[in-house]
Design a protein around this ligand. Sequence first.
Ligand SMILES: Cc1ncc(COP(=O)(O)O)c(C=O)c1O
Ligand SMILES: N[C@@H](CCCC[NH3+])C(=O)O
Length: 420
Amino acid sequence: MTVAPHFQFKNGTLHAENLSLTQLAETYDTPLYVYSRQALRDAWEAYRVATEGRNVLVCYGMKANSNLAVLNEFKNLGTGFDIVSGGELARVLAIGADPAKVVFSGVGKQVWEMQAALEAGVKCFNVESEAELTRLAQVAQDMGKIALVSLRVNPDVDAQTHPYISTGLKENKFGIAIEKAVEVYQHAASLPSLNIVGVDCHIGSQITEVSPYLDALDKLIALIQTLASHGIHLKHLDLGGGIGIRYTDEQPLTPSDLLNKVFEMLAQHQLDHLQIVLEPGRSLVGNAGVLLTQVEYLKHSEAKNFAIVDAAMNDLIRPTLYDAWHSVEAVKPRTQGDTLYDIVGPICESGDWLARDRKLTLQQGDLLAIMSAGAYAFTMASQYNTRPRAAEVMVDGDTAHLVRPREPLESLYASESILG
Ligand SMILES: Cc1ncc(COP(=O)(O)O)c(C=O)c1O
Ligand SMILES: N[C@@H](CCCC[NH3+])C(=O)O
């Protein structure tokens, strides 16, 4: 058993759905991102069941994995999108997504990004500061448009996750302090080019318990009630993303665990007319992907055994950036005596590691699958050391589709000038 239901062993070889990863490596070479289409559908199914018959819009947090094939799959399943840049807006427009189901988050929206989103007609801007509000009002006014606005408030709750991916604490850069929110809403209400439609928060990522969400919701409900007493009536409540996945032995909350509590609390406060918006990223894609890599060399030093593989921190930065754990599976496990290996890449940095102290039996040329690499993996990849970003394939049953080829080497420098 692996952590990802759609990547399992059959006849001693790890498969993505019905295709062996050995075969995929032979066809597409390594390093290679392999996604399972059924895994995307099944992850969505948990949200569909949890939201059935309710006024909930799931806006996929596409920063987790923005491959067009992934986006298109979710669009067809009915999601909207949570975007954080003009580039992400361009991607959702490229797949023909409905802009009325797109929310625009992020602390640093630039003028051109606001213009593009207003032009497209997004569902709302999740505004994160007073300065952003002022800028948005001006940009909308100059364009003769009304910007739909939801303020992202910072509820100051601890999401009990890694400090780098915790976003709802006072010391984080995100959102407007909840104590200031009423004043900022009143200011927004006075600006004719803005139309207030909602409230938003996002407290962090890889959250495994429901309680931090409920702490945040408690504070948002109080805010919504205060706003109503000032004549500001909201249409939607956006609870952000953050539901965690299983990287090793976590038992994260499910969409139903969260939403059942949310519906209950809103009903208690006569707020069940509000539309709920969610912005899940990782929980929709995290276990739908693996990074397939080949062992180039084995190296044994006095202190450590290293498996030097052809994937590196430029392909998957989570381990070195967050000390994140990704399970590592040998695609064709051998049975003789295990050794403890550090799985490292070819990049000239000591931080270039993908996993440490893993018990494996390896030979040069073996294939390894770095598991749970569907979220914040390819999207955080770089070209450091002038390494082309890996190809991505989508497996659908017993068919594989190349959904992004490996970058040709020339494309890594073709637009640069030599300055003769
Ligand atoms: C504003 C916002 N929404 C949604 C997400 C998606 O979060 P996750 O992938 O944890 O569901 C993020 C990332 O944490 C985010 O910053
Ligand atoms: N990139 C982080 C998650 C950050 C989410 C974005 N707000 C990760 O890989 O876990």
